[in-house]
Design a protein around this ligand. Structure first.
Ligand SMILES: Nc1ncnc2c1ncn2[C@@H]1O[C@H](COP(=O)(O)OP(=O)(O)O)[C@@H](O)[C@H]1O
Ligand SMILES: [Mg+2]
Length: 268
């Protein structure tokens, strides 16, 4: 009954170190991102979450250790080659091009794909519009006129257009009103159901835990806990995330209610 099929590792980090000047920010991170799952990285402001994603994307130089994408060593690879191999990065702050239309933003995201395969681009564009109907309605509108939530969808859509093997998403909920965060959560839960592999960084723990299959807690550039999200009880939340006991118990209750974990990797 419980024979588990071997899960493919999409991304693997071993002993990754990085920093700026003489200051080490990332102190030897080991991390495994399994296919079809959402791996969440949580931690306080300044813990090194964004720097870690940038090191994985190749936009901040690595000092030591090794990064593999689907068993290919990408440790010293240029960012654009990582993209061509199937990595997408949605940076913190979204960074859509405000004066370009929604569709033009998606075209920019698909730059390498369009060069390789025009018909795949058309199909993927349609898939993004199917996933985000609001982007389809606004395809000719300048991205700068979109609401914050729609810009967040556009940033995610731009990552999805290359049909990536893994998406690195940095704080998609940051700066959004609570109602919009709920909308975005629905969209990302749908994206998750499609089976996308994600490495998600969030400061909004409630939002992030509802999306994540497993959680890594980052403290001053070190992973201090990693495990199934379902196993994060209120004690661990209180201990590792420094959230108050009341909020922790509220979060744990929410987790139990909203996470019938999709352990569909098990076959019988
Ligand atoms: N370009 C940079 N140059 C120097 N220090 C940086 C740079 N980017 C980030 N840092 C420092 O690295 C630490 C981690 O930052 P960051 O990864 O952005 O934190 P967070 O977990 O909030 O995303 C912080 O102390 C920050 O000041
Ligand atoms: Mg950050």
């Amino acid at each position: 009954m419980t024979t588990t099929t071997a899960t493919t590792t999409v991304l693997q980090l071993s002993g990754v170190r990085a920093g700026f000047g003489s200051q080490t920010i990332i102190h030897g991170i080991d991390l495994v991102v399994p296919e079809g799952q959402v791996t969440g990285i949580f931690g306080l402001n300044g813990a090194g979450k964004s720097v870690l994603l940038k090191v994985i994307a190749g936009v901040v130089p690595i000092w030591g250790g090794r990064i593999e994408l689907l068993s290919t060593d990408i440790t010293r690879m240029l960012p654009e080659r990582r993209v061509a191999l199937g990595m997408a990065h949605v940076p913190q702050g979204r960074q859509v091009f405000g004066s370009l239309s929604v569709e033009q933003n998606l075209r920019v995201g698909a730059y390498t794909l369009r060069r390789r395969d025009k018909s795949a681009y058309a199909a993927n564009l349609q898939r993004v519009f199917d996933t985000f109907p609001r982007l389809a309605e606004r395809r000719r509108q300048p991205a700068g006129t979109l609401s914050g939530g729609e810009q967040a969808m556009l940033a995610v859509g731009r990552a999805l257009i290359n049909d990536p093997k893994v998406v690195l998403i940095d704080e998609p909920s940051a700066g959004l009103a609570p109602a919009v965060v709920e909308d975005l959560l629905d969209v990302l839960l749908e994206v998750r159901r499609l089976g996308l592999t994600m490495l998600l960084v969030e400061q909004n723990i409630r939002f992030g835990l509802r999306l994540s299959d497993s959680a890594c807690l980052l403290q001053k550039g070190r992973i201090v806990y990693s495990g199934d999200t379902a196993e994060l009880d209120q004690d661990r939340l209180a201990t590792y995330l420094g959230v108050g006991r009341l909020l922790a118990s509220d979060l744990a209750a929410g987790l139990a209610a909203t996470n019938p974990r999709r352990r569909k990797k098990t076959t019988g």
